[in-house]
Design a protein around this ligand. Structure first.
Ligand code: NAP
Length: 278
């Protein structure tokens, strides 16, 4: 498989003010890419941009809320106007909320699906169309969405989050097949528990008693592991599912193969959480 040169190419990254998005922005800049970092928190973006420039990289920032109308198009236009073209997009902005299914409010569901799925899908559609219309072949660009390992399983306490990640996974796979022959690569990233602000946000939004299965701190990976895997994939001439944990991949394949056993394990774990033993 031919290697794609990244030097001087441009990438736009949502959710780049912290965690996986920030680590990916730094890794892409290190690989010679021009990076646009997008998120809501201006100060965090400014610090990130200064950090990348201090390391000799090329970075600009765009303060935006991915759920606001027109903002994904603004990100594409801004990247093109700033760096001359848009080679890659990492649709990464997202968050989780912990709730039993019977306790979600409509507005909670609306917000998480809008942020994690609808906006991500819009960015994937707009950027792929932009690459087809503006970038010369054979590799016109690469669209990447940050899904999750939980895209493959509806996790108790995390049903809405798991569902948004499954939708990204399904659309990503279909787009990958549809666009490959036209030179647009589409990838989905499936991190396991990663040490970022993600779990603080979950705690802040969820309050109350913990209801879901969570990876112990010692088993969480650093965001840099995910970033490294993304840069590796950007160098390839085809999109793919990007995984950073082989044991998790195998465990999830087992969960699909043995659904009854998976249900039994989830039930047992849930009973123990309900009994306050975790
Ligand atoms: N950490 C994990 O264990 C894990 C595992 C699998 C998948 N993921 C996925 O990885 C992605 C990144 O999460 P993370 O772990 O790096 O957590 P994080 O540190 O909390 O990063 C989330 C990013 O999303 C941005 N964001 C959230 N809502 C936004 C909105 N409406 N508009 C614009 N930006 C928004 C936040 O920026 P602002 O607040 O500045 O806007 C922040 O930069 C998410 O899609 C998450 O689902 C995480």
């Amino acid at each position: 498989m031919a290697s794609v040169g990244l030097q001087g190419r441009s990438i736009a990254i949502t959710g780049a003010s912290s965690g996986i998005g920030l680590a990916t922005a730094i890794a892409c800049a290190h690989a010679g890419m021009n990076v646009v970092l997008a998120a809501r928190r201006e100060e965090k973006l400014r610090t990130a941009v200064e950090r990348i420039r201090g390391l000799g990289g090329h970075a600009e920032m765009l303060v935006m809320d991915v759920t606001a109308a027109g903002e994904n198009q603004r990100l594409i236009d801004f990247t093109r106007a700033t760096f001359g073209s848009l080679f890659a997009v990492f649709s990464n902005a997202g968050y989780g909320i912990e709730r039993p299914v019977l306790r979600y409010t409509d507005s909670e569901l609306d917000r998480i699906f809008k942020t994690n799925f609808w906006s991500s899908l819009e960015l994937m559609q707009l950027s792929a169309s932009h690459m087809l219309a503006n970038n010369p072949g054979p590799i016109r660009g690469h669209v990447i969405a940050c899904s999750s390992c939980v895209s493959k399983i509806g996790l108790p306490g995390f049903a809405a989050y798991s569902a948004t990640k499954a939708l990204q996974d399904h659309f990503g796979r279909a787009m990958r097949a549809e666009l490959d022959a036209q030179g647009v690569c589409v990838s989905t990233v499936h991190p396991i528990g990663t040490r970022t602000e993600f779990f603080d946000t979950v705690a802040g939004l969820s309050g109350g008693k913990r209801v879901s299965i969570q990876a112990p701190e010692r088993l969480k990976q650093p965001a840099e592991v995910v970033a490294h895997a993304i840069v590796k994939r950007l160098r390839k001439s085809h999109g793919a599912e990007v995984w950073t944990s082989l044991p998790m991949r195998i465990a999830l394949a087992g969960a699909t193969l043995f659904p009854g056993l998976t249900d039994a394990l989830l039930r047992r774990r849930q009973r123990s959480i309900d009994a306050g033993k975790n």
